[in-house]
Write a protein that binds this ligand. Sequence first.
Ligand code: KG4
Ligand code: ZN
Length: 347
Amino acid sequence: SETLTILGLESSCDDTAAAVVRQTEGKPADILSSVVFGQTELHSAFGGVVPEIAARAHAEKLDGCVRDALAEAAVGLDDIDAIAVTAGPGLIGGVMSGVMCAKGLAAARGLPLVGVNHLAGHALTPRLTDGVTYPYLMLLVSGGHCQFLIARGPEDFTRLGGTIDDAPGEAFDKTARLLGLPQPGGPSVQAEAEKGDPKRFRFPRPLSDRADCNMSFSGLKTALMRMRDQIAAEKGGLTRQDRADLCAGFQDAVVDVLVKKTRRALTTYLEENPNIPTLAVAGGVAANTQIRAGLMALCTELETKFTAPPLRLCTDNAAMIAYAGLERFRAGARDGMDLTARPRWPL
Ligand code: KG4
Ligand code: ZN
């Protein structure tokens, strides 16, 4: 039984991260360290992530994150078996910073390099945190992605459907922007929604009556804008309660659509895998308490095991990249110095 120690790097969006994960074959994996340097403040004045600013910050911060991750794990580069790095999809300048840093470390130390798909990192997290076995149904919900996958292996995913336009995290972020709430929008909209009445405003549930697993979230911001402008026209502005009620109505619609479509995806998956009823959820939006509660209730009803990683492993981090790299490495995957950064890379 071989023990592997993997250093992972992540820099595909607005978090610079490095982590060390160790696993002895057949045993649960250990996160020895997971360092995340968030860039939220750098982008806050712009109302969204600015790719150029992100890329520069990644290039500046990666070395320090690697140093901290090694120190926290109490290991040196000599103890590392391979370097795993997010090679896409994401903002290309950031992905390139990470890939270049990983190549430098690999070349200097003669270490193997393993490129990791960021989405595979999220999708494999339930195996890292809960030891979930293949196959399982995965709902991946983040700022850039929303899809149902049947995970059968580290590089074997079947897509059942997903958003045809905005990702839910993007919808939360846009909602926050439209209502003057801080970014990232997910946590701030959720906090407002807790003080609001979800029944006051009725948001649309696009595509929810269709038999497939596809979703659409871009209509929610149009609806929100119309409601906001109507209140403003009637009363000259929004009160705190108006804002809270809008957030609650919006969040309710997102939860409703996600739960409805998860029911469809789960039904399809269960037809094939009746003895392995497992739903896993990951990605930044999986941090949402209402979404978790809705999915948990659905799984109780359908007698399906539900797992969601702890919040700090739902949002972007490098432990998931190190772990996905570890699984690929164990399966024999190696990348060379010709590893490229890919802005688009479907699973
Ligand atoms: O996975 P992630 O860290 O980055 C990628 O998109 O890959 O996800 C970030 C997204 C942001 O859009 C953020 O607003 C959203 O996750 N998010 C949430 C919550 N926390 C973070 N959305 C809804 N509710 C939350 N509590
Ligand atoms: Zn992500």
